[in-house]
Design a protein around this ligand. Structure first.
Ligand SMILES: NC(=O)C1=CN([C@@H]2O[C@H](COP(=O)(O)OP(=O)(O)OC[C@H]3O[C@@H](n4cnc5c(N)ncnc54)[C@H](OP(=O)(O)O)[C@@H]3O)[C@@H](O)[C@H]2O)C=CC1
Ligand SMILES: CC(=O)[C@@H](O)[C@H](O)COP(=O)(O)O
Ligand SMILES: [Mn+2]
Length: 380
């Protein structure tokens, strides 16, 4: 029995993680979880899974839930996220929280020897060097949940990182893949949230439409697989059936395929190195699919991808700025405060106005994260 702490239980990845726990009740047990503001769903989850510890975002929700479930321990805020992440009865942390708020809980969980199943890519983008250093020092496995990184991780089994020629990360093209740049001027939030292949949380769906999701994934892959940026390519593949590939020195390419279903990579991270059946997942029938399509990425049309490569290559605090500016810009777009193309304008302004600091400490990253958020807010 594996005992799990789950950050972001009420989200898209969080709810699918709980689906897997439901499918395999004798394999997994939920000891602790965090939610944000979706207290209605949290209530149902506490009733069903009976975790011993629950963290909520706001103090008042903590008080309300405590009155309803006196046998459960409730906590709140960033300290609550950390408490869940390091909960002593858990041996695995599934980090499915949204944004760089996941950084400190992840670091603390690593320091406490927890196995990390990481979906929360913003944490790796903003401070990949700190996460990788801590994981190495504590001999803690970092198991990717993001579909592309899980695909690469699966294709790497039995292989050596030193034999990799390049990583090929596939991109669906997002909600606006058929539109010209000019047609992006007046797109709506509703249109942007209509991803062609995946059902995901709002922020990552917008990131997919701007191509920032692929940018974040390039940086994520750089850290997870210790790969220079020059050896990480992005390829448009509109079906999202090949989830990513590795090309080796001898020109062999190994890919991982499947229908777009995040429960597969989530479950793989939870069962690694074993595999369990996943009866509810639709099996891929390639004869029915017939054709797969591939197309070169245009970094002029998708400027966010170029920003991410540039920020990643320079390193220091630039990825922190990239991520924090993007988080604020996407939230502003979702709130109807800015137009779609202003997302990339705001990120560009934040990057241009920042002097990168090399080898940033956790404190420096947190300061730069706050400063960047304030800077972008001042432009709105
Ligand atoms: N969705 C997907 O298919 C994929 C997602 N990912 C990554 O996984 C992470 C989660 O994505 P996704 O599940 O789509 O996101 P969602 O928006 O669906 O869920 C986010 C979760 O985090 C909680 N949350 C948000 N902000 C805070 C906060 N400040 N404090 C505490 N809790 C908070 C939310 O709580 P509440 O809703 O209760 O307010 C919710 O539980 C992201 O980093 C994303 O990039 C990676 C690959 C695929
Ligand atoms: C499911 C997942 O991992 C997402 O990151 C997904 O890949 C988004 O798809 P695109 O960014 O390729 O549109
Ligand atoms: Mn992905």
């Amino acid at each position: 029995m594996k005992t799990i702490s789950l950050l972001g239980a009420t989200g898209s990845i969080g709810t699918q993680t709980l689906d897997i726990l439901r499918t395999h009740p004798t394999e997994f047990n939920l000891a602790a979880m965090s939610v944000g503001k979706n207290i209605e769903l949290a209530r149902k989850m506490v009733g069903e899974f009976k975790p011993e510890l629950v963290s909520v975002q706001d103090y008042q929700d903590c008080v309300t839930l405590k009155a309803e479930y006196p046998n459960t321990k409730f906590t709140f805020g960033i300290e609550g996220l950390i408490e869940v992440a390091v909960y002593d009865k858990s041996n695995i942390l599934v980090n499915a929280v949204l944004g760089s708020v996941g950084l400190n809980p992840t670091l603390q969980a690593i320091e406490n020897g927890k196995i990390i199943a990481i979906a929360n890519k913003e944490t790796l983008v903003t401070a990949g060097h700190l996460i990788m250093e801590a994981a190495k020092r504590n001999n803690v496995p970092l198991l990717p949940v993001d579909s592309e990184h899980s695909a690469i991780f699966q294709a790497l089994q039995g292989e050596k990182e030193r034999n990799i020629e390049r990583l090929i990360i596939t991109a669906s093209g997002g909600s606006f893949r058929e539109r010209t740049r000019q047609e992006l001027e007046n797109v709506t939030v509703k249109e942007a949230l209509n991803h062609p292949n995946w059902s995901m949380g709002a922020k990552i769906t917008i990131d997919s439409a701007t191509m920032m999701n692929k940018g974040l994934e390039v940086i994520e892959a750089h850290w997870l697989f210790d790969m220079p940026y020059e050896k990480i390519d992005v390829l448009l593949h509109k079906e999202s059936i090949i989830h990513s590939m590795i090309e080796f020195h001898d020109s062999s390419i190994i890919a991982q395929l499947g229908t777009p279903d995040m429960r597969v990579p989530i479950q793989y991270a939870l069962t690694y190195p074993e595999r369990l059946p996943l009866p509810s997942s639709k099996r891929l029938n390639l004869a029915n699919v017939g054709k797969l399509h591939f197309q070169e990425m245009d970094v002029e049309r998708f400027r966010c991808l170029r920003f991410a490569y540039e920020a990643g290559k320079i390193g220091g605090t630039l990825p922190t700025v990239l991520n924090a500016a993007n988080e604020v810009a996407v939230a502003s777009f979702l709130e109807g405060k800015i137009r779609f193309l202003q997302i990339e304008d705001l990120i560009e302004k934040a990057l241009n106005s920042h002097q990168s600091i090399d080898y940033p400490s956790l404190d420096t990253i947190q300061e730069v994260d706050i400063e960047t958020r304030q800077f972008v807010h001042s432009l709105l």
